[in-house]
Ligand binder design. Structure first.
Ligand SMILES: C[S@@+](CC[C@H](N)C(=O)[O-])C[C@H]1O[C@@H](n2cnc3c(N)ncnc32)[C@H](O)[C@@H]1O
Length: 377
């Protein structure tokens, strides 16, 4: 086996471990079978991503090749065109038996070559609705601290499902917030006794969003693509997604097609409205940007922060990993217009927002720099 195939096998096996840990044994089994196929000499990356010239585990991981092929197999199962897959995929009413299913996926990739090539060329777009359960507590803290409406600027918004986050319902330990009647409900496991300030006057005054490859969720064909990135044996995630897609038909999210760095320079430049806080927010997208793009995005946020006034505060709220294999953090940086920036980690969070260890602002871990998000390694 050459180094490249070995890197694929290792990357896919690592992702299989994550899938196990995150509650998707079916996905884990498929990725293990895919790793076996690499070890047997089958280079599907060369076949469907001939332009991809990486060769190390770090490159496989940072370009998330595993999620591209796993998502593609799920999309083919959901399409209705591949009964050999659908009969095993739980999300298609299948039996959940993963034995030998990757072999069917390989056959389906070959039979639907144009679809497969197109699908795996796009970076993964897991728009995970439950991440709103990690971001909303941060917005509540911000509203408590600034006591004014908040204009949000979401980066890497994908299909824009989190644009409807104030239309969902949340249970945070003993506290609740949001639309009591909403069909989209977040009930994360709440590890610590403190709760977010659900009485804070949170009003979203304006909302804008960007993504480098936005998905128009108002186009029904795109719902299948968004579903395909959710692991097939996680029915609660799929149910939340479906509820959020239904709400999005009403919210009509607008996700501008732009890279976060360029977009931030444009939108933060002239958008300060007296009596409104501006909050840049994002979840699980920072690692997908190269370092120079991260640096440029950081510089745009810091520049807006340093120009904040007491009447136009600026905040940066994010749910991102700081290092691989660790819980993600919810972090909030706040420029109140007094020449300082205060950055705190408010919570540890499961990557899908399903478990939260809430510290809050007053007990949050104080950070030296607003730009504490680091690369996956
Ligand atoms: C894993 S998805 C997360 C989507 C969403 N934030 C969520 O948490 O559900 C990562 C998103 O980042 C987007 N992305 C990657 N690079 C980007 C960039 N330079 N600027 C804006 N978005 C980017 C991708 O297109 C993708 O939609």
């Amino acid at each position: 086996m050459n180094d490249r195939l070995e890197a694929f096998a290792t990357g896919f096996r690592k992702q299989a471990e994550f899938c196990h840990l995150l509650g998707s044994p079916f996905s884990a089994a498929l990725l293990e079978q895919a790793a076996d196929a690499f070890e047997a000499g089958d280079d599907i990356v060369a076949r469907y991503m001939p332009w991809w010239d990486g060769s190390t585990v770090a490159e496989v991981t940072s370009d998330v090749l595993m999620l591209r092929f796993l998502g593609c197999a799920h999309a083919l199962a959901l399409s209705g065109d591949v009964p050999a897959l659908a009969r095993h995929y739980p999300s298609c009413g299948g039996d959940g038996v993963a034995d030998g299913v990757w072999g069917h996926a390989l056959e389906a990739f070959a039979a639907h070559e144009a679809f497969t090539t197109d699908y795996v060329t796009q970076p993964p777009q897991t728009n995970e609705v439950a991440r709103s359960g990690s971001l909303v507590p941060g917005l509540l803290e911000l509203a408590r601290l600034v006591t004014m409406p908040v204009a949000t600027f979401e980066l890497g918004a994908s299909a824009g499902l989190l644009q409807g986050l104030d239309r969902f319902h949340y249970t945070f330990g003993t506290a609740t917030w949001g639309d009591e009647a909403s069909a989209c409900r977040m009930e994360p496991e709440w590890a610590l006794p403190a709760t977010p300030p659900v009485e804070a006057p949170l009003t979203i005054a304006a909302r804008r969003a960007c993504d480098a490859a936005p998905i128009d969720i108002l186009n029904p064909d795109n719902a299948l693509k968004v579903r395909s990135y959710i692991w097939t044996d996680m029915p609660e995630r799929l149910a939340r997604l479906d509820a959020a897609i239904a709400i999005a038909q009403d919210v009509k999210p607008v996700v501008e097609n732009a890279s976060a760095d360029v977009w931030l320079e444009k939108v933060l430049g002239g958008s300060a409205v007296p009596g409104q806080a501006r909050c840049v927010l994002h979840s699980v997208m920072w690692q997908y940007m190269p370092k120079d793009v991260q640096d440029r995005a950081t510089a745009a946020i810091v520049k807006a922060g340093e120009a904040a006034t007491p009447d136009t505060p600026v905040a940066w709220l994010r749910l991102e990993p700081e290092t691989n294999n660790k819980p993600m953090h919810v972090a909030l940086a706040l420029w109140r217009g007094d020449g300082t920036c205060d950055t705190r980690i408010l919570a540890d969070s499961h990557p899908h927002g399903t478990q939260i260890g809430w510290l809050g602002w007053d007990n949050g871990r104080v950070c030296d720099s607003p730009a504490l998000v680091q690369n996956f390694s």
